[in-house]
Design a protein around this ligand. Structure first.
Ligand code: CA
Length: 230
């Protein structure tokens, strides 16, 4: 999951980044509104953590820009406890949640997971699909209680495809979700295909059926097999 942290307090920004990276997120920081605005324009993020009190920019304007550029980006506002009006305004403009400062990193992660669940229409952190169990919190994939040993990137790709099940996900979307800032050759090269190939091989040791479909020239799709038929 690709996160943009917009925060002018550099220590706080890097503290959040270090924590989230340890939890398996891929993060970028923007310490000014201008940099954040440029990044929102050129990249696609799953989540924006937005400090409203920026020296050079109205955070609400940044929120509007984010929604205009990519309405799929979830937004959590991080702001001073006193700035109640700003938070209400933020929620009204389209933020998904807010967290008053100071906040605990554990609570931040819970809020992020909750926002992402709502975004994907799921209620719990564990998804059961096609005989696979995906624990989004622990980042574990299992089949009948046996843990499938996946690399970090394999897990990221699989969970991303599952959260977007029955929809074609492009190579560019996968790249942006997993690697963040990328150069063009990255997603054109076949290294996503290599990860997919390894994923198929590992899953095949535990479970039958190829539900990771390659859509030629575009990307990949995770097909949900109708539970009634299985
Ligand atoms: Ca600030």
């Amino acid at each position: 999951m690709h996160v943009l942290i917009v925060e002018d307090e550099i220590t706080l920004a890097s503290e959040v980044r270090n924590y989230l990276e340890k939890e398996g997120f891929s993060c970028e920081e923007a310490h000014t509104g201008k940099i954040a605005s440029d990044k929102l324009f050129s990249n696609e993020y799953d989540l924006l953590l937005l400090d409203l009190g920026l020296p050079d920019y109205d955070g609400i304007d940044l929120l509007k820009e984010s929604i205009a550029n990519n309405s799929n980006t979830a937004v959590i506002i991080l702001s001073a406890r006193s700035a109640l009006e700003d938070r209400i305004k933020g929620l009204n403009v389209g933020a998904d949640d807010y967290l008053p400062k100071p906040f605990s990193l554990l609570e931040l992660k819970s809020r992020i997971m909750a926002v992402m669940r709502r975004k994907h229409g799921i209620r719990v952190n564990i998804i059961l699909i096609n005989g696979l169990g995906i624990d989004l919190d622990k980042r574990i994939v299992s089949v009948s209680g046996n843990i499938v040993s996946l690399t970090r990137k394999e897990y990221d790709i699989l969970s991303f495809l599952i959260l977007n099940k029955n929809r074609v996900v492009t190579r560019l979307q996968i790249s942006e979700h997993i690697w963040g800032d990328i150069i063009e050759e990255n997603y054109n090269s076949n290294y996503i295909d290599v990860h997919i190939k390894n994923l198929r091989k590992k899953l095949a040791e535990y479970i039958e059926g190829d539900f990771l479909e390659t859509v030629r020239g575009i990307g990949f799709q995770f097909i949900e097999i109708n539970p009634v038929q299985s």
